[in-house]
Design a binder for this molecule. Sequence first.
Ligand code: PMV
Length: 339
Amino acid sequence: MGTQKTYKATVPSNIAFLKYWGKKDQEFNWPFNDSLSMSLKDLVTITTATLSESSDFEFCFSGVIRSRSDQTAKKAFSHLDYLAKRFDLKKKLRIVSENSFPTACGIASSASGMGALTIAALAAWHGAASFKELEENGFDLETLIELARVGSGSACRSLMGGFVVWEAGSTANDQRVSQLYDERHWPLKDVVVILSQQPKPVASSKGHLGVATSPLFKPRLAGIPERKALMKEALKAKDISKLGLLIEQEALEMHSVMMTQDPPCDYFIPATSQFLGFIRYLRQNQGINSYFTLDAGPNVHLICEADSLDKLYKELERLDIVKDIISSSIGGGPKISCF
Ligand code: PMV
């Protein structure tokens, strides 16, 4: 087995400007609404896969070998089982996966994680050292996107770089992921501000299921097409204040839906509200043009242009509610290599 090749996938995380919250179909991760995101170059998952003679998959994450019952590994094992069953692949794999960012920091890692697992596993099963070779084996980008999406909805947006749109379509099979602009269009930054390193109270996979119980969900859906069109205009014009206000409204609206679900999904901690107020204060009083968005957690992503970074960092570093800061540039799509 010493000569067995190892296949490596490097996949960026993504931050949604227009959010995916709620699915019409669980099995296919078919969302209620379209979403739009930016790929994050410096927040990646690196996953390697090697064919093995073992009787089961082996999964090592963050330097620790995980069993099937390990909470952090359940999704990975079930995705490997799904791929093996769907494509009738008998061989087991040895998987080693790492995030480039601290795992306990509360940044959603399922997007980059499921994307990297899908690509690395299929590359190893088919001996494919490039996307071209994966395509020759029946796995073109569209198929990879669909498979990553089954692992975790937001993972489908991590299979392209730059600004990416995921359209819900009129049926589960009609979904489409496309690149709006590549990473050269507008070199935006994402400064991730960690306010809590605690695990989230409700997994997003559970939270999605309660969306229709919120009285705010229907009005939210009705407003999505207009917000999406306005975001596309702001991205085209590279207008940070226009985009920024839209992403803040969107994040607050998604969290309002979350908080009014039954049972509620309240991801805010007191420091979150305090911090959002501080960001608005910095904009109004110091002219620091950064805009917040949040995923399913208490930590905050600040979207800004490069010329705001120095001033922003200086302000953030003196806040004692800030536990850590991790920043990323906009990035390109996934990569495969083999050794
Ligand atoms: O892919 P999931 O099931 O982890 O859902 C992620 C949903 C949000 O991060 C809250 C929003 C989004 O569009 O990424």
